[in-house]
Design a protein around this ligand. Structure first.
Ligand code: PLP
Length: 378
Protein backbone atom coordinates (compact mmCIF):
# COMPACT_ATOMS: atom_id res chain seq x y z
CA UNK A 1 0.00 0.00 0.00
CA UNK A 2 1.04 3.58 -0.60
CA UNK A 3 2.37 5.85 2.15
CA UNK A 4 -0.85 7.88 2.58
CA UNK A 5 -2.94 4.71 2.95
CA UNK A 6 -0.55 3.16 5.46
CA UNK A 7 -0.56 6.40 7.48
CA UNK A 8 -4.31 5.96 7.96
CA UNK A 9 -4.55 2.16 8.27
CA UNK A 10 -1.26 0.49 9.28
CA UNK A 11 -1.50 -0.89 12.82
CA UNK A 12 -4.96 0.65 13.12
CA UNK A 13 -7.42 -2.22 12.78
CA UNK A 14 -10.97 -1.56 14.05
CA UNK A 15 -11.18 -2.28 17.78
CA UNK A 16 -11.85 -6.03 18.17
CA UNK A 17 -14.14 -5.50 21.20
CA UNK A 18 -16.50 -2.87 19.73
CA UNK A 19 -15.65 -2.25 16.08
CA UNK A 20 -14.60 1.32 16.88
CA UNK A 21 -12.83 2.51 13.76
CA UNK A 22 -10.41 4.65 15.76
CA UNK A 23 -7.87 2.92 17.99
CA UNK A 24 -9.13 3.46 21.56
CA UNK A 25 -7.08 5.18 24.24
CA UNK A 26 -6.41 2.16 26.46
CA UNK A 27 -6.02 4.21 29.63
CA UNK A 28 -5.05 1.30 31.85
CA UNK A 29 -1.93 0.38 33.77
CA UNK A 30 -2.64 -3.34 34.11
CA UNK A 31 -4.58 -6.23 32.53
CA UNK A 32 -6.59 -9.05 34.13
CA UNK A 33 -5.06 -12.49 33.60
CA UNK A 34 -7.12 -15.70 33.20
CA UNK A 35 -4.52 -17.64 35.18
CA UNK A 36 -0.98 -16.89 36.26
CA UNK A 37 0.91 -15.79 33.13
CA UNK A 38 -2.16 -16.37 30.87
CA UNK A 39 -3.10 -13.06 29.28
CA UNK A 40 -3.96 -11.49 25.92
CA UNK A 41 -0.44 -10.24 25.20
CA UNK A 42 -0.53 -7.40 27.73
CA UNK A 43 0.40 -7.64 31.41
CA UNK A 44 1.57 -4.14 32.43
CA UNK A 45 1.48 -0.86 30.50
CA UNK A 46 5.16 0.06 30.91
CA UNK A 47 5.90 -3.13 28.99
CA UNK A 48 3.12 -2.83 26.40
CA UNK A 49 -0.16 -1.02 25.82
CA UNK A 50 -2.51 -1.51 22.83
CA UNK A 51 -2.61 2.20 21.90
CA UNK A 52 1.20 2.22 21.92
CA UNK A 53 1.24 -0.99 19.87
CA UNK A 54 -0.88 0.75 17.21
CA UNK A 55 1.47 3.75 17.13
CA UNK A 56 4.58 1.59 16.93
CA UNK A 57 3.17 -0.48 14.05
CA UNK A 58 1.97 2.58 12.14
CA UNK A 59 5.24 4.51 12.45
CA UNK A 60 7.37 1.43 11.69
CA UNK A 61 5.36 0.98 8.50
CA UNK A 62 5.94 4.60 7.47
CA UNK A 63 9.71 4.26 8.06
CA UNK A 64 9.84 0.96 6.09
CA UNK A 65 10.98 -0.69 9.35
CA UNK A 66 10.28 -4.12 10.77
CA UNK A 67 10.13 -2.78 14.33
CA UNK A 68 9.04 0.46 16.00
CA UNK A 69 9.60 1.46 19.62
CA UNK A 70 7.86 4.52 21.10
CA UNK A 71 9.20 6.73 23.87
CA UNK A 72 8.03 9.51 26.18
CA UNK A 73 10.01 12.17 24.28
CA UNK A 74 12.56 12.50 21.52
CA UNK A 75 15.28 12.73 24.16
CA UNK A 76 13.83 9.63 25.87
CA UNK A 77 14.44 7.82 22.56
CA UNK A 78 17.97 9.29 22.27
CA UNK A 79 18.85 8.32 25.85
CA UNK A 80 17.64 4.78 25.24
CA UNK A 81 19.69 4.50 22.03
CA UNK A 82 22.81 5.62 23.89
CA UNK A 83 22.24 2.64 26.18
CA UNK A 84 23.23 0.47 23.21
CA UNK A 85 26.74 1.78 24.04
CA UNK A 86 29.17 1.19 26.89
CA UNK A 87 31.62 3.58 28.59
CA UNK A 88 34.74 3.90 26.43
CA UNK A 89 32.76 3.63 23.19
CA UNK A 90 33.13 6.45 20.72
CA UNK A 91 30.35 8.20 18.78
CA UNK A 92 30.79 10.55 15.83
CA UNK A 93 27.94 13.06 15.55
CA UNK A 94 27.09 15.77 13.07
CA UNK A 95 28.42 18.99 14.60
CA UNK A 96 25.23 21.05 14.68
CA UNK A 97 23.28 18.31 16.43
CA UNK A 98 20.10 19.35 18.29
CA UNK A 99 21.10 21.30 21.42
CA UNK A 100 19.33 18.89 23.76
CA UNK A 101 21.31 15.97 22.32
CA UNK A 102 24.54 17.94 22.81
CA UNK A 103 23.56 18.66 26.42
CA UNK A 104 23.03 14.92 26.94
CA UNK A 105 26.31 13.87 25.29
CA UNK A 106 28.47 16.57 26.89
CA UNK A 107 26.94 16.75 30.38
CA UNK A 108 25.49 13.27 30.98
CA UNK A 109 27.41 10.65 28.99
CA UNK A 110 30.85 12.22 28.52
CA UNK A 111 31.44 12.43 32.31
CA UNK A 112 30.72 8.68 32.43
CA UNK A 113 33.53 7.91 29.95
CA UNK A 114 31.67 7.84 26.63
CA UNK A 115 33.54 9.68 23.88
CA UNK A 116 32.03 12.01 21.29
CA UNK A 117 33.45 13.74 18.23
CA UNK A 118 31.43 16.40 16.47
CA UNK A 119 32.02 16.50 12.75
CA UNK A 120 30.93 19.44 10.52
CA UNK A 121 28.55 18.37 7.73
CA UNK A 122 31.11 19.19 5.02
CA UNK A 123 33.57 16.72 6.63
CA UNK A 124 31.18 13.80 6.12
CA UNK A 125 32.65 13.29 2.65
CA UNK A 126 35.70 11.99 4.59
CA UNK A 127 33.74 10.25 7.35
CA UNK A 128 35.86 7.10 7.16
CA UNK A 129 38.95 9.06 8.24
CA UNK A 130 37.22 9.91 11.53
CA UNK A 131 36.20 6.37 12.48
CA UNK A 132 38.35 3.92 14.41
CA UNK A 133 37.84 0.51 15.99
CA UNK A 134 36.31 2.08 19.12
CA UNK A 135 33.67 3.97 17.12
CA UNK A 136 30.36 2.20 17.72
CA UNK A 137 27.92 4.74 16.35
CA UNK A 138 27.61 7.54 13.80
CA UNK A 139 24.79 9.98 14.55
CA UNK A 140 23.41 12.36 11.97
CA UNK A 141 20.54 14.74 11.50
CA UNK A 142 19.73 15.57 7.89
CA UNK A 143 18.50 18.22 7.46
CA UNK A 144 20.18 19.29 10.69
CA UNK A 145 18.80 21.54 13.40
CA UNK A 146 19.17 24.57 13.08
CA UNK A 147 21.53 25.02 10.09
CA UNK A 148 19.73 22.68 7.68
CA UNK A 149 22.93 20.90 6.75
CA UNK A 150 22.58 17.84 4.55
CA UNK A 151 24.48 14.54 4.86
CA UNK A 152 24.49 11.82 2.21
CA UNK A 153 22.80 9.00 4.17
CA UNK A 154 23.84 6.17 1.83
CA UNK A 155 27.50 7.23 1.88
CA UNK A 156 27.45 7.69 5.68
CA UNK A 157 25.95 4.20 6.10
CA UNK A 158 28.67 2.66 3.91
CA UNK A 159 31.47 4.43 5.82
CA UNK A 160 29.97 3.56 9.22
CA UNK A 161 29.50 -0.09 8.30
CA UNK A 162 33.02 -0.36 6.88
CA UNK A 163 34.28 0.67 10.34
CA UNK A 164 31.90 -1.68 12.16
CA UNK A 165 29.73 1.19 13.47
CA UNK A 166 25.96 1.72 13.41
CA UNK A 167 24.40 4.64 11.57
CA UNK A 168 21.60 6.40 13.46
CA UNK A 169 19.61 9.07 11.62
CA UNK A 170 17.47 11.62 13.44
CA UNK A 171 14.68 12.00 10.87
CA UNK A 172 12.67 14.55 12.84
CA UNK A 173 13.07 17.39 10.33
CA UNK A 174 12.38 15.34 7.19
CA UNK A 175 9.74 12.85 8.43
CA UNK A 176 9.31 9.50 6.67
CA UNK A 177 7.09 11.21 4.07
CA UNK A 178 10.12 13.08 2.72
CA UNK A 179 12.97 10.68 3.53
CA UNK A 180 13.34 7.07 4.69
CA UNK A 181 16.87 6.51 6.03
CA UNK A 182 16.49 2.75 6.56
CA UNK A 183 15.93 2.33 2.81
CA UNK A 184 19.27 4.14 2.30
CA UNK A 185 21.22 1.85 4.63
CA UNK A 186 20.81 3.42 8.09
CA UNK A 187 20.49 1.00 11.02
CA UNK A 188 18.20 3.03 13.26
CA UNK A 189 15.93 6.02 12.71
CA UNK A 190 15.01 8.25 15.63
CA UNK A 191 12.30 10.91 15.95
CA UNK A 192 10.92 13.54 18.17
CA UNK A 193 7.24 12.79 17.46
CA UNK A 194 6.58 16.09 19.24
CA UNK A 195 7.23 17.70 15.86
CA UNK A 196 5.77 16.86 12.42
CA UNK A 197 4.52 13.37 13.31
CA UNK A 198 2.27 14.70 16.07
CA UNK A 199 1.93 17.80 13.94
CA UNK A 200 -0.30 19.95 16.17
CA UNK A 201 1.99 21.13 19.01
CA UNK A 202 -0.09 19.24 21.56
CA UNK A 203 2.10 16.28 22.54
CA UNK A 204 5.69 15.40 23.49
CA UNK A 205 6.93 12.02 22.27
CA UNK A 206 9.76 10.02 20.71
CA UNK A 207 10.24 7.03 18.47
CA UNK A 208 12.93 4.71 17.12
CA UNK A 209 12.68 2.27 14.21
CA UNK A 210 14.94 -0.48 12.94
CA UNK A 211 14.79 -3.61 10.82
CA UNK A 212 17.69 -5.25 12.68
CA UNK A 213 16.15 -7.94 14.94
CA UNK A 214 18.98 -7.85 17.50
CA UNK A 215 18.84 -4.06 17.86
CA UNK A 216 15.03 -4.20 18.06
CA UNK A 217 15.09 -6.85 20.78
CA UNK A 218 17.55 -4.81 22.81
CA UNK A 219 15.53 -1.60 22.34
CA UNK A 220 12.29 -3.26 23.49
CA UNK A 221 14.22 -4.57 26.50
CA UNK A 222 15.59 -1.08 27.20
CA UNK A 223 12.15 0.49 26.66
CA UNK A 224 10.68 -1.55 29.52
CA UNK A 225 13.85 -1.51 31.63
CA UNK A 226 14.60 2.23 31.47
CA UNK A 227 10.91 3.14 31.41
CA UNK A 228 10.84 6.24 29.16
CA UNK A 229 7.45 5.19 27.75
CA UNK A 230 4.64 7.38 26.37
CA UNK A 231 1.18 7.36 27.91
CA UNK A 232 -1.78 6.01 25.91
CA UNK A 233 -3.33 9.42 25.22
CA UNK A 234 0.00 10.73 23.89
CA UNK A 235 0.28 7.69 21.62
CA UNK A 236 -3.27 8.29 20.40
CA UNK A 237 -2.48 11.94 19.56
CA UNK A 238 0.48 10.87 17.41
CA UNK A 239 -1.57 8.14 15.69
CA UNK A 240 -4.14 10.79 14.84
CA UNK A 241 -1.45 13.22 13.73
CA UNK A 242 0.20 10.91 11.21
CA UNK A 243 -3.06 10.33 9.33
CA UNK A 244 -2.61 13.78 7.74
CA UNK A 245 1.21 13.77 7.63
CA UNK A 246 1.48 13.59 3.83
CA UNK A 247 -1.00 16.41 3.24
CA UNK A 248 0.60 18.59 5.88
CA UNK A 249 4.15 17.99 4.65
CA UNK A 250 3.23 18.97 1.10
CA UNK A 251 1.91 22.32 2.33
CA UNK A 252 4.82 22.83 4.77
CA UNK A 253 7.26 22.32 1.87
CA UNK A 254 5.37 24.56 -0.56
CA UNK A 255 5.15 27.40 1.99
CA UNK A 256 8.80 26.99 3.06
CA UNK A 257 10.04 27.20 -0.52
CA UNK A 258 8.11 30.43 -1.10
CA UNK A 259 9.49 31.91 2.12
CA UNK A 260 13.06 30.86 1.31
CA UNK A 261 12.68 32.60 -2.05
CA UNK A 262 11.40 35.79 -0.40
CA UNK A 263 14.20 35.82 2.17
CA UNK A 264 16.86 35.15 -0.51
CA UNK A 265 16.05 38.38 -2.28
CA UNK A 266 15.45 40.47 0.84
CA UNK A 267 18.09 43.19 1.43
CA UNK A 268 17.96 42.81 5.24
CA UNK A 269 18.72 39.09 5.16
CA UNK A 270 22.40 38.14 5.13
CA UNK A 271 22.07 34.47 4.25
CA UNK A 272 19.32 31.86 3.87
CA UNK A 273 19.66 28.19 4.85
CA UNK A 274 17.15 26.01 2.99
CA UNK A 275 18.12 22.80 1.17
CA UNK A 276 15.54 23.53 -1.54
CA UNK A 277 17.58 26.49 -2.78
CA UNK A 278 19.97 25.52 -5.62
CA UNK A 279 22.66 27.61 -3.85
CA UNK A 280 22.52 25.39 -0.72
CA UNK A 281 25.69 23.22 -0.61
CA UNK A 282 23.62 20.09 0.13
CA UNK A 283 20.94 20.76 -2.51
CA UNK A 284 21.94 17.99 -4.92
CA UNK A 285 22.13 15.35 -2.17
CA UNK A 286 18.84 16.53 -0.66
CA UNK A 287 17.17 16.36 -4.08
CA UNK A 288 18.40 12.77 -4.40
CA UNK A 289 17.45 11.43 -0.97
CA UNK A 290 14.39 13.54 -0.11
CA UNK A 291 10.99 13.80 -1.81
CA UNK A 292 10.90 17.54 -1.07
CA UNK A 293 12.91 19.91 1.11
CA UNK A 294 10.91 20.29 4.31
CA UNK A 295 9.26 23.04 6.29
CA UNK A 296 12.24 24.46 8.20
CA UNK A 297 14.05 27.60 7.02
CA UNK A 298 16.83 29.45 8.84
CA UNK A 299 18.40 32.77 7.99
CA UNK A 300 20.96 35.26 9.26
CA UNK A 301 19.63 38.64 10.31
CA UNK A 302 21.91 41.68 10.13
CA UNK A 303 22.95 41.37 13.80
CA UNK A 304 22.10 39.44 16.98
CA UNK A 305 20.13 42.47 18.18
CA UNK A 306 18.14 42.60 14.96
CA UNK A 307 17.47 38.83 15.17
CA UNK A 308 16.02 39.24 18.67
CA UNK A 309 14.03 42.32 17.64
CA UNK A 310 12.52 40.88 14.50
CA UNK A 311 11.30 37.64 16.10
CA UNK A 312 9.31 39.82 18.51
CA UNK A 313 7.73 41.74 15.59
CA UNK A 314 6.05 38.87 13.73
CA UNK A 315 2.34 38.35 14.41
CA UNK A 316 1.41 35.15 12.55
CA UNK A 317 4.79 33.48 13.23
CA UNK A 318 4.66 32.99 17.00
CA UNK A 319 7.84 33.34 19.05
CA UNK A 320 8.30 29.88 20.54
CA UNK A 321 10.56 26.85 20.73
CA UNK A 322 9.69 23.59 18.96
CA UNK A 323 8.64 23.04 15.36
CA UNK A 324 6.61 20.88 13.02
CA UNK A 325 3.12 21.98 14.06
CA UNK A 326 0.48 23.36 11.69
CA UNK A 327 1.15 26.86 13.05
CA UNK A 328 4.23 28.88 12.07
CA UNK A 329 6.88 29.49 14.74
CA UNK A 330 9.95 31.72 14.86
CA UNK A 331 12.90 31.71 17.25
CA UNK A 332 16.57 32.57 17.83
CA UNK A 333 18.31 29.19 18.33
CA UNK A 334 21.42 30.61 20.06
CA UNK A 335 19.24 32.02 22.86
CA UNK A 336 16.46 29.43 22.87
CA UNK A 337 16.52 25.85 21.49
CA UNK A 338 20.30 25.70 21.16
CA UNK A 339 21.41 27.75 24.18
CA UNK A 340 23.05 24.57 25.51
CA UNK A 341 25.52 24.64 22.60
CA UNK A 342 26.84 28.08 23.60
CA UNK A 343 30.17 26.58 24.74
CA UNK A 344 30.35 24.04 21.90
CA UNK A 345 32.79 24.46 19.00
CA UNK A 346 29.72 24.66 16.76
CA UNK A 347 27.55 27.15 18.70
CA UNK A 348 24.56 28.39 16.78
CA UNK A 349 25.33 31.80 15.16
CA UNK A 350 23.88 34.58 17.36
CA UNK A 351 22.14 36.28 14.39
CA UNK A 352 20.47 33.08 13.23
CA UNK A 353 16.68 33.03 13.08
CA UNK A 354 14.88 29.70 12.64
CA UNK A 355 11.43 29.40 11.10
CA UNK A 356 9.10 26.44 11.43
CA UNK A 357 6.86 27.23 8.49
CA UNK A 358 3.28 26.20 9.14
CA UNK A 359 0.41 25.45 6.78
CA UNK A 360 -1.38 28.81 6.98
CA UNK A 361 -2.15 30.78 3.80
CA UNK A 362 1.19 31.68 2.23
CA UNK A 363 0.06 35.28 1.58
CA UNK A 364 -0.29 35.85 5.34
CA UNK A 365 3.09 34.29 6.11
CA UNK A 366 4.93 36.33 3.47
CA UNK A 367 3.25 39.56 4.55
CA UNK A 368 4.08 38.84 8.20
CA UNK A 369 7.78 38.37 7.46
CA UNK A 370 7.97 41.37 5.16
CA UNK A 371 6.42 43.56 7.85
CA UNK A 372 8.77 42.19 10.54
CA UNK A 373 11.92 42.54 8.42
CA UNK A 374 11.32 46.25 7.84
CA UNK A 375 11.10 47.89 11.27
CA UNK A 376 8.42 50.54 11.58
CA UNK A 377 9.79 54.08 11.07
CA UNK A 378 10.65 55.76 14.39
N1 PLP B 1 15.85 15.71 17.67
C1 PLP B 1 15.59 16.88 17.06
C2 PLP B 1 16.09 17.12 15.67
C3 PLP B 1 14.85 17.87 17.73
O1 PLP B 1 14.60 19.04 17.11
C4 PLP B 1 14.41 17.62 19.05
C5 PLP B 1 13.65 18.63 19.80
O2 PLP B 1 13.58 19.79 19.41
C6 PLP B 1 14.70 16.39 19.64
C7 PLP B 1 15.42 15.45 18.93
C8 PLP B 1 14.27 16.08 21.06
O3 PLP B 1 12.91 15.79 21.08
P1 PLP B 1 11.94 16.07 22.34
O4 PLP B 1 11.88 17.55 22.53
O5 PLP B 1 10.65 15.45 21.91
O6 PLP B 1 12.55 15.38 23.52
Amino acid sequence: MEFETRAIHAGQEPDPATGAIITPIYQTSTYVQDAVGEHKGYDYSRVANPTRTALQAALASLESAEHGIAFSSGLGAVMTLFHLLSPGDRVVLIADVYGGVYRMTSQVYEPKGYRFEYLPAEEFANLGDHLDETTRMVWIETPSNPLLNIVDIRAAAEAAHAAGALLVVDNTFATPYLQRPLELGADVVVHSTTKYLGGHSDVVGGFAATSDPAIAERLFFLQKSLGAVPGPFDCWLVVRGIKTLALRMRKHCENAMAIAALLSRHPRVERVYYPGLPTHPGHAIAARQMRDFGGMVSFLAESPEEAAALVARTRVFRLAESLGGVESLIEVPARMTHASTADAPFASPPSLVRLSVGIEAIEDLLADLEDALVPAAA
